[in-house]
Design a protein around this ligand. Structure first.
Ligand code: GDP
Ligand code: MG
Length: 452
């Protein structure tokens, strides 16, 4: 939906603006407005918005906060600001303006007209990101549903608004009333179809899970709030350790990479959309859907911005969503590492507090993705965690060896099975002692194709 967001084009030169209103007007419920009770600084708001823009590779060349006493109904930011920013857009050659607020359709339209560039608001941007990241068919459907509902509300709202003001003149390419009715009907039809598709996807969810398990390496997923440093960590780890050959996901998906840990163990590292503060409620289902991959991850790295004033609150949110995703108590299940990032920004005192916690809590790692501090420790902790879960081996068993097959089903976690004539190819996860036992008992008859 955003111009030039496809990889074939270079990303649009983008400006990001966060508007803060000192007093609440009648439109105080507009999303994205800083609420002082949350205690978040305007800079951290703006940083998050930039982080979101970067998540779909927009080329952010300008960003600013605008503070205003009240909302200007026609343009949100008022004539003077529109003109000043318009001049900036000209001077910098900006082709996309992101407003980290909720825009009414008419405000969006007015700004686009005044600036001669594309304008999107916070909800639009988040839908773009989710659309970019949805991997499962269910995820894609959820995101499309959110996008259509958004678009539909725009059509309806703008139509009634404009009708009031100018007697029924529409806003998308200037269609009249009947055209808007038609667009709305088409959207409604599509929404109905998607809802049916979603019901179907829920029924076949089990099948999707099995398909995802075919990835032959353990999946390590990064979760955490936007701006916590997930992508920085992802890039740091993949740059240094990326496995040059046989890149399973290199061309398919830039957010998944095959990585070789120092021990030689291979993993798939997966960067996720991340959490967004004040997520517009209509996007919650879509957000969960984009996190589906986390459900099947072997290990979850919860990346935290230790320097953020809201860090404890953010962590609680993350655990709550993980639980809602049916990842029951990931800490207790032993599939989570808490990665306290940005320790380079902490005061001496806060650093010591964290280090004391570290001594007591072996699910905690303290790092700086920027300076690289603690990364070696993190990698070996990932290794240890995966070791506890066992390694994945691929073996071939003759169909006549029923006893051995039964042993594998009893002792290991079967990841995949392919029957081929007289042979059964089995991928299973075994801990080291179990692997030794397997070799002891059946070493003479089994063919181990690959040990990961
Ligand atoms: N000082 C400091 N900044 C960091 C660190 N890790 C990430 N950042 C910065 O935090 C911002 C957000 O990082 P990013 O990786 O995009 O966060 P994501 O939204 O979680 O993927 C960027 O400006 C990074 O340069 C760190 O360890 N220390
Ligand atoms: Mg990121």
């Amino acid at each position: 939906m955003v111009d030039g967001s496809s990889p074939a084009h270079s990303p649009p030169r983008t400006g990001v603006i966060h508007v803060s209103f000192r007093t609440r007007s009648s439109q105080g419920a507009v999303e994205g407005i800083s609420s002082p009770s949350k205690g978040r600084s305007l800079q951290s708001r703006l940083d998050e918005a930039i982080g979101l823009a970067l998540a779909i590779n927009l080329d952010v060349i300008h960003s600013q906060v605008i503070q205003l006493p009240k909302i200007a109904s026609a343009t949100l930011i008022g004539k003077g600001n529109v003109e000043a920013i318009g001049a900036l857009i000209q001077a910098l050659g900006i082709s996309l303006m992101v407003l980290d607020n909720a825009l009414t359709p008419i405000q969006q339209r007015n700004l686009e007209k005044a600036w001669g560039c594309k304008v999107i608001d916070r909800t639009g941007l988040i839908i773009e990101i989710f659309g970019d990241r949805a991997r499962t068919s269910e995820g894609s459907l959820q995101v499309e549903l959110a996008a259509l509902n958004y678009q539909r509300s725009r059509l309806v709202r703008s139509w009634t608004h404009l009708e009031r003001q100018r007697g029924g003149f529409g806003f998308i390419g200037g269609p009249g009333e009947s055209q808007l009715e038609l667009d709305r009907r088409l959207i409604d039809e599509r929404i109905l179809k998607i809802k049916k598709g979603l019901a179907q996807a829920k029924r076949t969810r089990g099948l999707h899970r099995t398909a995802r398990k075919r990835i032959p390496y353990p999946v390590v997923a990064l979760v955490g709030y936007t701006n916590a440093g997930k992508s920085t960590l992802f890039n740091l780890i993949t740059k240094a350790n990326v496995f040059a050959e046989n890149l399973l996901f290199a061309t398919l998906d830039p957010t998944m990479r095959q990585v070789k840990l120092p021990s030689g163990r291979q993993i798939i590292l997966s960067d996720t959309v991340g959490f967004i503060s004040d997520l517009p409620t209509q996007l919650i289902a879509a957000f969960r859907a984009t996190l589906e991959e986390v459900c099947s991850a072997d290990l979850i790295l919860h990346v935290r911005d230790s320097a953020h004033p809201d860090t404890e609150h953010q962590a609680k949110d993350v655990y709550q969503v993980l639980e809602e995703l049916d990842i029951a108590h990931p800490l207790e299940a032993g599939i989570l590492l808490e990665v306290c990032n940005k320790i380079d920004l902490l005061s001496q005192e806060d650093c010591e507090t964290l280090e004391n916690r570290l001594k007591r809590d072996n699910n905690l790692v303290v790092i700086s993705a920027l300076t690289g501090q603690g990364i070696d420790d993190l990698l070996s902790r990932i290794d240890e965690k995966l070791q506890e879960k066992g390694t994945l081996i691929q073996i071939t068993i003759p169909t006549s060896e029923g006893e051995m097959l039964a042993w594998c089903y009893r002792q290991g976690v079967i990841v995949d099975r392919q029957d081929e004539g007289e042979e059964i190819h089995l991928s299973l996860r075994l801990t080291s002692p179990e692997k030794l036992k397997l070799l002891e008992q059946f070493g003479t008859i089994l063919k181990i194709k690959e040990i990961i």
